[in-house]
Write a protein of this length. Sequence first.
Length: 334
Amino acid sequence: MNVLTLGLLVFLASGLFTGVMRTYALKHNVMDNVTARSSHQQPTPRGGGLAIVITFYLGLLVFNLTEVVDFQLNVFLWLGLCIAAIGFWDDHVDIPARWRLLVHTITSFAVMLMFSGMPEMTVVEPSFELGLVAVLIGVAGLTWGLNLFNFMDGTDGIAASETIFLCLALAILLSDINPDMVPVLLILASSAAGFLCWNWPKAKIFMGDVSSGFLGFVMSLVILHSAIKEPVVLFGGLILFGVFVVDASYTLLYRYVDGQNCLQAHCTHAYQRAAKKFSHLNVLLTVWAINILWLFPMAYGVMHNPEYNVIGLAVAYLPLIILAHCFKAGRLQE
């Protein structure tokens, strides 16, 4: 079976299983109720992202990717189940953030130990290695990347759409550098697309923590694993991740400096402010436009001209930072 045929089957299976999860959530009252911090206007089932997790792993097994990719990557991919499991539990009983963060950090630490730190990076000549410090940097970075989808999964379709974009963009950029990763990415994109059919505005079911953290983990993992082979992938991946990285980081930093409780739920991200003003659909389409017309060309340019990695990253992020400022991300008052 070729990967395109499998991708179609995974897409159909994900869409079907998402419908099953919606029925389950309604029956067992697994709901996102409306609060002052919500971006939605009526109670909506959550936890549909379990369809992404299950169909992704089934796709890997059917395509025998566990035999194609190396042992290290296999271990990393299956560690994602730990992230999905704590998220599934949280969807049902609301686990305190510190316990979720603990599981995320331990999983990230296990990954970085097997990676032996971050890849060697050339920012200015000569290139340098950070040694053991790189492990701590990697743990912090992977944990942050893991939580990006959780922070940014606050409007209809945005997290699933971002997954599809990242998977397809990385599949193109990594086709020569890390070709074994391409079918993994295409299967994950198919899983996310099946779920998106139910999550497209107006969403009939939300992703939930079961897959938001899982998706952030897998996406960050793909970038780090590929960066071992070619360090510039780290910069290309950060550029592709730009919408999520900038909005989440700007908002969290502003809230911290402003003395707000950074662990408390809120709806002050730039994309949430934009959704209230322009609608979920308009925000979703705008994010697609930014990703395709701005971030992908910038990432492509940096990948083929690694000497401009830092400059390219800064140029790619600058208009996103301006947008976050214009939408008053992180501020208590709009």
